[in-house]
Design a protein around this ligand. Structure first.
Ligand code: F6R
Length: 608
């Protein structure tokens, strides 16, 4: 999603703005722009496509000034052209925006009727035009800002420059996050702490409905009603992480290979390995007295939640109600006092997940959140935060956040099982023992399967469609595998519960449809083998991901059999995620796609 940055400082800001935008690239974007005020005049440079294009433009036509705003745009209203790129100008006002102004059509019509001339197809331009309209009625920038915000419906993070105020940037937040960075004689605005990390680690997050006026040495924050409010600053973790690719070709590759380390880090946060038990404080969610758990998330985080459902139901006998957040929020699910809700999000900012959280909170449920960004809105609005310690995930396709989410959900399911008396301490100790082995086994898997998967991916890159099958927790992993492949290689892929095959998708099977079967030798294995027989009988090409026992137990001819170590069922989805991610990654590399920023996708989805 769009990224925002603003600097009011004591040095040339254009290169700093571009540098900050580079740190926001991971969010996904299709055009970019910056504006500064220099000698009392607003000027901007914008470019379609990647930041390199903006950099080139700035090289040809430099932009001077010690105050400025910048933006990476992920198109919602209007094509990703230069004319639609931000900042948008309207007579001495410049605006950058993340979100969607839902009532932009009537606002635009009203402004046009009053003589405004629009230069883009964006919803954002109405904000600039409204500010201009109010300023031309004689209102001060603060008054115009408050009036304008009162007219906007929808979601926004905004940064605004006024040509006649060369020492001041205004920001506003309703939905998508916006942070103020405190420097020494310089102040900053940014979509997140990572963008501001090279400048400062002292960050104040605006609350929903807040707007702010920042100058070189001050930040005033007003709430929705225009009352001056105090919001405390905090020292952010954003700067401690090195956001570079190291020796890897892509962030995604780096993040895949980081998993043994970050999963181990995450598990150590929740598990006392010496004692053989989960050390989480069970009082945060009263699992013992729940009769249902509601869960919701989007995309990959949702698939992590689906796997979590299997664990909560099996190990804690706790029924789980789970849905993608874009449905959950509107489903009007009846909620009772004996329920709690758990939301899963890497960014902690996903609009649909946040709306689902608020629905549950408004219905009086205790809210738990599994999040990777601890300062995020979802974390701040939850009663209990269960962090994933994955570090910043830059590749748009989620990898290490997924396995860290699974690690946290495994620990939560175990604590719930203990609290509800359904998991014996012996079983808990056995599961902990299995999890201890996970980082080492993950490294072994990388070494063992990497060359084979590279070769296989070259083959796969020739196909147009791929089917993924699995049973039990391997079913959500099949869905995740299909999502990963389609989002970065653009090959059409579907995930199915293996048992569903004969209810429809079997019609697709022929020699042009490789079928990736995820099947550890668990209690579902024999049934999955029967489904593989059905595929083989119809000329389908099978890629089997199994363990040593599974490989020994089947004589079926496969296009490839990827063999992993035999592991406990709580560990299997985490370990099996690795070859699934590598298949998508290498296939995309062979296809030559933009692996880290696949087309049309955004990292932090702050609009519906
Ligand atoms: C897929 C992917 C997305 C996200 C989804 C939720 O690889 O990354 O499907 O999982 O947009 O995002 P978060 O976890 O930030 O709420």
């Amino acid at each position: 999603m769009c990224g925002i940055v603003g600097i009011v400082g004591k040095r040339e800001v254009a290169p700093l703005l571009v540098d900050a935008l580079k740190r926001l690239e991971y969010r996904g974007y299709d055009s970019a722009g910056v504006a500064t005020i220099h000698n009392g005049k607003l000027e901007r440079r914008r470019a379609e496509g990647k930041l390199i294009n903006l950099d080139t433009r700035l090289g040809e036509h430099p932009l001077a000034g010690h105050i400025g705003i910048g933006h990476t745009r992920w198109a919602t209203h209007g094509a990703p052209t230069e004319a639609n790129a931000h900042p948008h100008f309207s007579q001495g006002v410049a605006v950058v925006h993340n979100g969607i102004i839902e009532n932009f059509t009537p606002l635009r019509a009203e402004l046009i009727a009053n003589g405004a001339v629009f230069h883009s197809q964006t919803d954002t331009e109405v904000v600039a035009q409204l500010l201009t309209a109010y300023r031309s009625q004689g209102l001060s920038p603060r008054e115009a800002m408050q009036k304008t915000l009162g007219r906007l419906e929808g979601a926004y993070a905004l940064a605004i420059l006024f040509e006649d105020q060369p020492d001041m940037i205004m920001g506003a937040r309703s939905g998508p996050p916006l942070a103020i960075g405190h420097g020494d004689g310089e102040m900053f605005l940014g979509s997140d702490a990572i963008a501001l990390a090279p400048f400062t680690d002292e960050i104040t997050y605006l609350d929903d409905g807040d707007w702010a006026v920042i100058t070189r040495d001050s930040a005033e924050i007003y709430d929705h009603d225009g009352a001056l409010v105090e919001r405390s600053s905090q020292i952010s973790q954003g700067g401690v992480y090195v956001v570079d690719k190291g020796n890897h070709r892509h962030f995604m590759e780096k993040e895949i290979y980081e998993q043994p380390e970050v999963v181990s880090h995450t598990l150590s946060h929740y598990i006392d390995f010496a004692e053989g038990r989960v050390k989480l404080d069970s009082s945060q969610i009263d699992f013992a007295n729940l009769d249902r758990l509601a869960m919701s998330a989007c995309g990959t985080a949702y698939y992590a939640g689906l796997i979590g459902k299997y664990w909560f139901e099996r190990f804690a006998r706790l029924p789980v109600e789970i849905d993608v957040a874009s449905e959950f929020r509107y489903r009007e699910i009846p909620l009772s006092g004996k329920m709690a809700a758990l939301f899963i999000s890497q960014s902690g900012e996903t609009a649909d997940t946040l709306a689902s959280l608020r629905y549950c909170r408004d219905n009086g449920l205790t809210i738990g959140a599994v999040v990777n960004v601890r300062e995020s809105t979802i974390a701040r609005e939850s009663n209990a935060v269960f962090p994933t310690l994955a570090g910043p995930e830059i590749g748009v396709a989620s990898t290490k956040a997924f396995t860290c989410q699974l690690s946290v959900l495994a620990a939560l399911a175990m604590i719930a099982g203990r609290a509800r008396g359904t998991l014996s301490s012996e079983d808990e100790a056995a599961m902990v023992q299995a999890l201890v082995e996970l980082p080492r086994l993950s490294n072994e898997v990388f070494h063992a399967v990497q060359p084979q998967i590279e070769m296989l991916s070259r083959e796969l890159s020739r196909f147009k469609d791929v089917l993924y099958l699995g049973r039990g927790t391997s079913f959500p992993l099949a869905l995740e595998g299909a999502l990963k492949l389609k989002e970065i290689s653009y090959i059409h892929a579907e995930g199915y519960a293996a048992g569903e095959l004969k209810h429809g998708p079997i019609a697709l099977i022929d020699e042009n449809m490789p079928v990736i079967v995820i099947a550890p030798h668990d209690r579902h294995f024999e049934k999955t083998v029967s489904n593989m027989q059905e595929v083989a009988a119809r000329g389908g090409q099978i890629i089997l991901i199994t363990d040593e026992k599974g490989a020994a137990a089947t004589t079926l001819e496969t296009m490839a059999t990827i063999v992993l170590p035999v592991v406990d069922e709580i560990v299997a989805p985490i370990l099996y995620a690795l070859p699934v991610q590598l298949i998508a990654y290498h296939t995309a590399v062979f296809m030559g796609t933009d692996v880290d920023q696949p087309r049309n996708l955004a990292k932090s989805v702050t609009v519906e």
